[in-house]
Structures are given as structure tokens and as C-alpha cells.
Design a protein around this ligand. Structure first.
Ligand SMILES: O=C(O)CCC(=O)C(=O)O
Ligand SMILES: [Fe+2]
Length: 208
């Protein structure tokens, strides 16, 4: 466990192998539908290198809706109760105190192949300042965690490996962060993911 910045905590190896296998299975099912996983298209036409499927609420830059209007118009899969339980347990373990009613209602499931990256950004489309809970499975990545003012320095580079938990809330909730690099071939195929990196972020949208 390491505090990267106030409210930002990295917990290496938080998920068991069995939990990682269960999450890989769940993400595989979500990736097929009702809204299939896809490369998100940005408003100015750019295409994200990461592939994303959403649960609970659909994120499309830069808002949440129930239906995936930029994919097939269908309503995304329900956010399952077990995932909320996992999110509360994650938060309690990362912060070392009970979760004060953390109730995530959306998860963004990102799949990175060996070339995929994510630029520095803030998670700020939620109407809530509740923490973001991030779980990583598969290949290790370089995760850059910065500050709330600018995309640039100061930032801290952290390696997120399979099973790692990262929580950012409080003073770090709106910090810029990104994934400059994935290290292909570093994951354990026993998770069920033969290649690439899976990242699941749970959030509270504040919507209803
Ligand atoms: O892949 C990660 O570790 C971060 C993903 C992320 O920042 C996001 O989905 O907003
Ligand atoms: Fe993010």
C-alpha cells in the first residue's frame, strides 16, 4: 500500500487470482453486448486506442447516458450488486476505514492491447466527488498520476500490475492521470487474459 498523493492510494496485488478470473469472465460477457466493446470516437474525430465497454451508465465523451447512442443505441448492461460490493471493499481497504455509503453505479471497462495508451485527462463527467476505484488485470502498465491543475508535472509514475487496486478520491479526485505505456507479455495467462491489459474503473455518476 502506498499513498501516491493525498487521497490517491495504490494497493498492489489486491485481487486474488480467482477474483481476477471472475472479473475477466464478466468483462468478456459485457464486451459482447448488449453494447459491444468498441474504440470510442472523440468529438473532433479522434479514435481512442483503448477499447471500452460500459456497465450501468454509458460514457461517451463527455457525458453519461443509459443508452449507447454512439454504438448501437441499446441500453448498457445493469451494474451488478456484486461489483458495488467489490468497490466498497476496495475503498475500505485502500483508505483503512469504512466506505461511508460508497455506491458506484457505473464501471468503464477498458481493454489495452500492447500499443494502446490513454492520454492525461481528468475523470470529471460525474456529478459526484466520490472516489474512483480502479482495478487492473493482465499486462502491467505505466500509470501516470498527476495534479489537479495541469496535464504536466508534477506527476508520479506508478506501475500497475495484474490484481492491483488504485483509488483516487478526496483532494486527488480530479487529478489528471493517464496510461503512457503497456508492457506486453507481462501478464499471467492464468487470469484468463492471454494478452493485453484490462482496467475497470468504478464511479458514482451522481445521475439518476
Ligand atoms: O487504465 C487505467 O488504468 C486508467 C483508465 C482511466 O483513466 C479511465 O478510464 O478514465
Ligand atoms: Fe480516467
Amino acid at each position: 500500500m502506498r499513498e501516491i498523493a493525498p487521497g490517491a492510494v495504490h494497493v498492489p496485488g489486491w485481487l486474488t487470482l480467482g477474483e481476477q478470473q471472475d472479473l475477466v469472465r464478466a468483462c468478456r460477457a459485457w464486451a459482447t453486448g448488449p453494447v459491444p466493446i468498441r474504440h470510442t470516437v472523440l468529438p473532433r474525430g479522434g479514435v481512442m486506442s483503448v477499447r471500452t465497454v460500459c456497465v450501468g451508465w454509458h460514457w461517451q465523451p463527455y457525458r453519461y447516458t443509459r443508452e449507447a447512442h454512439d454504438v448501437n443505441g441499446r441500453r448498457v448492461a445493469e451494474f451488478p450488486a456484486w461489483l458495488g460490493d467489490l468497490g466498497r471493499r476496495a475503498l475500505a481497504d485502500a483508505y483503512g476505514h469504512p466506505d461511508d455509503g460508497y455506491d458506484p453505479d457505473t464501471a468503464l471497462v477498458n481493454f489495452y492491447d500492447g500499443q494502446a495508451k490513454m492520454g492525461m485527462h481528468q475523470d470529471k463527467d460525474e456529478r459526484s466527488d466520490a472516489p474512483v476505484v480502479s482495478l487492473s488485470i493482465g499486462d502491467t502498465c505505466l500509470f501516470r498520476f498527476g495534479n489537479t491543475e495541469t496535464r504536466g508535472k508534477p506527476y508520479t509514475d506508478v506501475e500497475l500490475a495484474s490484481g492491483d487496486l488504485f483509488v483516487f478520491g478526496g483532494a486527488s479526485r480530479f487529478a489528471y492521470h493517464g496510461v503512457p505505456k503497456v508492457y506486453p507479455g507481462t501478464g499471467d495467462p492464468a487470469t484468463g487474459l492471454a494478452a493485453g491489459r484490462l482496467n475497470i474503473t468504478m464511479r458514482m455518476t451522481g445521475l439518476r
